[in-house]
Design a protein. Structure first.
Length: 312
């Protein structure tokens, strides 16, 4: 069993710190004078002042080693949203988070800040000026959303002032920025294959995107505001650029800026969603035989066709 060290207010751990958001968070924390431990299944970089711990989220002993002397934990780990591996999502987002909370309690961690997702309130209909009191999606569109809902519930329920563990969840939406491994690379790959000629729906839907530095700012601000008397304890908060833009204008600006043509032709949403659902079901049936992953999943089509603007 790991020897318990008295937690320091400037010593934190970033679980999932090797990922896109996690690395940006680590860099900002270092700049603010924090000592940082990173816990991840892989190590993707080296930085002075960062201690890496490579391990599995479900391994409590490995987590306890990484959390020695830590007072603050940022939980950013999650499989990529586009994955169709239900067992992986359940293992990482639910079982892994349960283990993280157990380890935090045993290690004497005082604060846990979860990177959740605004998708937890999205189920394929327009959200306009959506507030945090929106109910969780009753029919989540994908495994990512389904397990992020359960993950957020676990973390917020764990907030216990009497036991000395405070928690908060931050819900970003549409993260983009330097080293982005998802939004821009997938967009460019699709354009290279000639599949970005069409607009899903009428193209008028407004979406809140979030620059990665704004997500990092929200995570750190919530951590530093998390005190027993604070009203944010055990709550979830949206974080975006607070600048809703037309989804297809945003996509077009990126494509044109990188030398590709903007989408020009409109396709009915119901047609595209139906095709995406069919391809997704086929991919599940064929996965034992063929490595087939559709670019346009039902969730991606829904996000591209409906408004998701969020109140902050």
């Amino acid at each position: 069993m790991a020897t318990r060290i008295r937690p320091s207010s400037k010593r934190c751990a970033v679980i999932g710190g090797s990922g896109f958001l996690g690395r940006h968070l680590v860099e900002k924390l270092l700049g603010k004078g924090y000592t940082v431990s990173v816990f991840d299944i892989r190590q993707s970089y080296e930085l002075p002042g960062v201690t890496f711990h490579q391990g599995d989220l479900c391994d409590k002993q490995a987590l306890l080693t990484a959390l020695q002397g830590v007072s603050l934990v940022f939980h950013c780990a999650s499989p990529a949203p586009a994955s169709d591996d239900k067992a992986l999502f359940q293992r990482v987002n639910i079982q892994g988070t349960h283990t993280v909370l157990q380890a935090c309690t045993e290690a004497g961690v005082q604060k846990v800040v979860l990177t959740s997702s605004a998708s937890v309130v999205f189920e394929g209909t327009d959200i306009k000026d959506g507030r945090e009191d929106l109910p969780y999606a009753k029919k989540p569109i994908d495994y990512y959303t389904e397990t992020k809902i359960e993950q957020e519930k676990l973390v917020l329920k764990a907030c216990d002032k009497e036991k000395g563990l405070l928690t908060v969840a931050i819900r970003p939406h549409g993260i983009f920025g330097p080293r982005d491994p998802q939004l821009v690379p997938i967009l460019v790959d699709t354009a290279r294959r000639g599949n970005m000629k069409f607009i899903i729906g009428d193209g008028s839907n407004l979406v809140d995107f979030t620059f990665v530095d704004n997500v990092v700012h929200g995570l750190i601000l919530s951590a530093e505001s998390l005190r027993p008397e604070s009203p944010i304890c055990g709550k979830a908060y949206h974080i975006t650029n607070d600048e809703p833009v037309r989804f297809w204008d945003f996509m077009s600006d990126i494509l044109v800026g990188l030398g590709y043509a903007a989408p020009r032709y409109n396709l009915p949403y119901t047609l595209v969603y139906g095709l995406a659902l069919l391809l997704w079901l086929l991919s599940l049936l064929l996965c034992p035989l063929v490595a087939f992953k559709p670019t346009f999943t039902p969730m991606r089509v829904a996000l591209a066709g409906f408004s998701t603007s969020l109140h902050q």
